[in-house]
Design a protein. Structure first.
Lengths: 337, 294, 316
């Protein structure tokens, strides 16, 4: 249903453009939940915005295609893409505290979407629809909330307001949710995720769920894509990925997950050493080499690895994936969570 | 968890990429200095650059159009406009420099006292508040009316006008750092209050104060010109740019050079100082670009 | 909102007191009594000096002078002008409308041009229009308004002969007769202010346009015009209203000079004359009323700020 092909996003830098998303291809089918994981700054939020052509200036989508039901979103007119935004594709931005406009009431911000996309609706119909959706996403006493300003609401409610905005039009085909639950406490987090799964099942809506939290992915997603330094490094269905992560970075992410069941609490969680590389100054070879426990100078530092299909639907971007020992650590699998 | 839960928005992510550029010498500072330096040189070396006396009256030479002998022409008393312009730069720069020096000295002093001692804060706060009630130029007129027109008095009144801003800035950074951990730590190892202030706290306020002083300098030049234009600033026959414009008002039909030249000089001086102020501010905090707080 | 308004209006009373007190002490506490200055400047007989001294109560200690003066001025009685020999209030009342027209017209002009230009520069950030507006506004901020006034006179009055160079007619002489004498002063005053408004509008718009809720507004499918004019502008308005207040205060200060350039018989000209002649009752009265206008505008700005910013409306 949506197919991203060879997407490249660049920002101008002091010495030439900096490629922030590099040769990224990804597709999401109808009714599918794709989880996208990666550290902060790896470009996942930017990818979310790119899909809706909302790359913040001075960034630019420099090449690639984003096919949505066959149309390339990148070549549409401004007015055509506006018809799609908020209507067929919705996004939930990652910061509920700053994504709502402080000077308008919640009701105004929700019904505004209908005013644009459903101009035939009357004012009280819009209000009614908004109240219904607010109730649906778990906002209590919606008619009270409707006339409140964002600063009067808690983070959880704001997040739900954002979800209401995303869903108000009623026929969203793709929902892009950027860290939709990070700002919330665990119980609400679970409720919201449940809601997504429900909605996705009801409407056959596709969901791109962006998070840095693998346990969220394990709970909800069908397929997982792992992003590092602006590139996809591994894609697979949830079960194979959790059972046999191939990319050393994916493994690092999994090891750094807190273990719930078996072992007593260790003094500290293992982490991936090092930090996200500077995109303005990427090394010639594999960008993960500096932090990789398996990397070998002669194999990894000359060329950027290509994304290779390892088994059906399982892709990995690593020169050495064949040599790396099978992942042994007791990781939380989809089941164990 | 190795994955940092604090999210970096693309915006700030972007600025972290370009963070290095803030330490470069800002283009606006360079441009401003390129205008300002000749003005300063002209003022400092006025007596070497022209042998003509800006005050000597010669009725036979009055209202001459620009020529080789008088590149900027002469005024209604036959005084050489170029010489007057150059000596006028002295007045403007003296007023600007003098008032900003006083503003810096007393602004920092009162700001520190105000930030450090609560009782003084109340009194100084009242004082600055009551000064800031008045539209700036009106306050200047009131003070000049009370103390009489003279160059020194212009310096004093510009200082009184501008000092509340500096006091507030210094006070804010003193208050911010007064209770900071490193200050507590320094105290426990026996670093005295004065040492703390001068070595640790004031340097942090230096940047914003510098920015304010360069805008204040520009403002002082404008206020001096305005007051002199009204006859309340530097008294005649001193060649203040403002009084040159005032003198020229009767000749706008016949002698265009009399009014255009001093006006251009004021504009250049103010422009250069504003550019420097803008540039300094951008260098301190690129995110606050051109916020134009006056 | 009502509570906030009430509280803000009530806080006006102490401000008035502080203003009056400052005026009193600045004009009288400074060494050299007004009389000494008067004597220095004008040929005044000894009798007259005594009379004025008594009139102004200068033979009393400063504090009792103040206690005497304050209740009087609170009822609007600033005494009699030394120069006009008329009650200060009457002279002020006569001059007041001119300053008000000048300031209000130039504020309207400044806002109508400055805010859209600032918005435009923000949208076209980093492009030609942005640079051009930056250059023009920097120049505008650097040019002394009185000099700009003369340039306008040279162009429109002397060279082209379209408008009168100076003077004033009240609206009783007909709207056009009145307006055409205000055009150049208003233009001179506004051109000096527009730069500031453009820059501050631009800066606050740029700041707002970088906010996440703007991306969100776009993500809803709103057309860009609505994103900018509804979502961004209303947020930027909180800052822009402050700028407008600031502009007005600056404008009142600037009007003093502009009135002198164009020979407009307003409060500013009155203050200047009073300052030059050391007509203290006149000076105090003139400055008080001019400042009062600034304070009232400031109050309106604060209320406007609260109107645009629900957080203030609710919490404070």
């Amino acid at each position: 249903m949506i197919e991203i092909q060879n997407l490249e996003v660049q920002f101008p830098g002091d010495s030439g453009p900096i490629t922030v998303i590099d040769d990224l291809s990804l597709s999401i089918g109808k009714g599918e939940i794709l989880g996208l994981v990666g550290e902060s700054g790896c470009g996942k939020s930017l990818l979310a915005k790119s899909i809706m052509r909302l790359v913040p200036a001075p960034g630019k989508i420099t090449s690639g295609e984003i096919l949505f039901n066959g149309d390339d979103l990148l070549t549409l007119d401004e007015s055509e893409i506006q018809c799609i935004r908020g209507n067929q594709i919705s996004i939930i931005l990652q910061e509920p505290m700053t994504s709502l406009n402080p000077v308008f009431t919640v009701g105004n911000q929700i019904t505004e979407v209908l005013a644009i996309h459903r101009p035939e609706m009357k004012k009280n119909e819009r209000r009614q629809r908004a109240l219904d959706v607010m109730k649906r996403v778990g906002i209590e006493s919606p008619d009270l909330r409707f006339d409140q300003y964002p600063h009067e609401l808690s983070g959880g409610i704001r997040q739900r307001v954002l979800i209401s905005i995303a869903l108000i039009c009623g026929d969203v085909q793709l929902l892009v949710a950027d860290e939709p639950t990070t700002a919330l406490d665990v119980t609400i987090q679970a409720q919201i995720l449940d809601l997504f799964v429900q909605l996705q099942a009801e409407h056959q809506m596709a969901l791109l769920l962006i998070t840095h939290d693998l346990s969220v992915i394990a709970q909800t997603a069908h397929r997982v894509a792992v992003m590092y330094a602006g590139r996809l490094v591994e894609i697979a269905d949830v079960a194979p990925l959790f059972e046999n992560p191939l990319h050393p970075y994916t493994r690092g992410l999994m090891r750094s997950l807190p273990q719930i069941e078996t072992r007593p609490r260790k003094s500290h969680l293992p982490t991936i050493p090092g930090t996200v590389p500077n995109l303005a100054d990427l090394p010639a070879g594999c960008p993960f080499f500096d932090r990789c426990e398996y990397g070998r100078e002669e194999a990894c530092t000359s060329t950027v690895p290509r994304l290779e299909e390892v088994s059906d639907g399982h892709w990995v971007r690593c020169h050495l994936w064949r040599e790396i020992p099978r992942f042994a650590s007791a990781t939380p699998t989809a089941r164990s969570l | 968890m190795s994955t940092d839960p604090a999210h970096i928005l693309p915006e700030s992510f972007w600025s972290s990429l370009s963070g290095a550029r803030r330490f470069r010498l800002n283009g606006m500072v360079v441009a401003g200095s390129l205008i300002l330096i000749p003005l300063v040189l002209m003022a400092v070396f006025a007596s070497f650059l022209t042998f003509l006396d800006p005050l000597s009256i010669d009725a036979s030479q009055k209202l001459l159009a620009p020529s080789w002998a008088h590149p900027f022409g002469t005024d209604h008393f036959g005084r050489d406009v170029l010489a007057r312009t150059m000596y006028g730069a002295q007045i403007s720069l003296r007023v600007g420099f003098g008032s900003m020096l006083l503003t810096a000295l007393f602004g920092i002093l009162f700001g520190v006292i105000s930030g450090w001692y609560n009782l003084a804060d109340v009194i100084i706060g009242r004082f600055t508040d009551s000064l800031m009630i008045f539209p700036g130029f009106v306050l200047a007129i009131m003070i000049m009316a009370a103390i009489g027109p003279s160059e020194l008095n212009v310096i004093i009144s510009v200082t009184v006008l501008y000092i509340p801003r500096v006091i507030r800035t210094v006070r804010a950074s003193v208050v911010e750092f007064r209770d900071a951990e490193f200050v507590e730590a320094a105290r426990t190892v026996g670093v005295g209050d004065f040492r703390l202030l001068f070595l640790h706290i004031l340097p942090k306020a230096a940047g914003p104060v510098m920015v304010q002083l360069s805008f204040g300098f520009a403002w002082a030049v404008l206020v001096e010109a305005g007051l002199s234009f009204l006859g309340l600033g530097t008294p005649p026959p001193a060649p203040s740019w403002g009084s040159m414009i005032s003198d020229a008002r009767d000749f706008i039909r016949s002698a265009w050079w009399l009014i255009t030249i001093p006006g251009c000089m004021i504009t250049l001086a103010v422009l250069s100082l504003n550019l420097i102020g803008d540039g300094l501010r951008d260098m301190l905090d690129p995110r606050l670009q051109s916020r134009g707080e006056l | 909102m009502l509570e906030y308004t009430l509280r803000r209006v009530l806080s006006f009373i102490p401000t008035i007191l502080i203003t009056l007190t400052s005026i009193f002490f600045i004009t009288r506490l400074i060494p050299g009594s007004p009389i000494a200055a008067l004597v220095g400047h004008q040929a005044v007989g000894a009798e007259q000096i005594d009379e004025i001294t008594r009139d102004l109560g200068l033979d009393q200690p400063l504090l009792s002078q103040y206690l005497d003066w304050l209740p009087k001025v609170l009822t609007g009685d600033f005494g009699t002008s030394l120069f006009y020999s008329e009650p200060v209030v009457d002279v002020v009342a006569e001059r007041f409308p001119v300053t008000l027209y000048l300031t209000i017209f130039s504020m309207i002009f400044t806002i109508v041009i400055g805010i859209p230009l600032g918005i435009y520069a923000a949208i076209r950030r980093g492009r030609f229009a942005d640079y051009a507006s930056n250059v023009v506004s920097s120049l505008g901020m650097a040019m002394p308004s009185f000099w700009l006034g003369f340039l306008l006179i040279i162009l429109f009055a002397v060279t082209l002969g379209w408008l009168p160079a100076s003077g004033y007619r009240s609206p009783d002489f007909g709207i056009w007769e009145w307006l055409r004498r205000l055009i150049l002063p208003v233009a001179a005053q506004s051109l000096a202010q527009i730069g500031l408004v453009v820059r501050m509008t631009r800066a606050s718009m740029i700041e707002v346009l970088g906010q996440e809720y703007i991306t969100m507004a776009r993500a809803k499918g709103l057309p860009e015009s609505r994103v900018v004019l509804k979502h961004a502008l209303k947020n930027a308005m909180t800052q822009i209203t402050t700028v407008i207040g600031l502009t007005f205060a600056l404008g009142l200060g600037g009007s003093v000079i502009i009135e002198n350039v164009f020979a407009l018989p307003g409060l500013g000209q009155l203050i200047t004359i009073a300052a030059v002649r050391r007509d203290y009752p006149m000076l105090e009265g003139g400055i008080f009323y001019l400042t009062l206008v600034a304070l009232v505008v400031n109050l309106m700005v604060d209320l406007g700020y609260a109107y645009f910013n629900p957080r203030i409306r609710h919490t404070r």
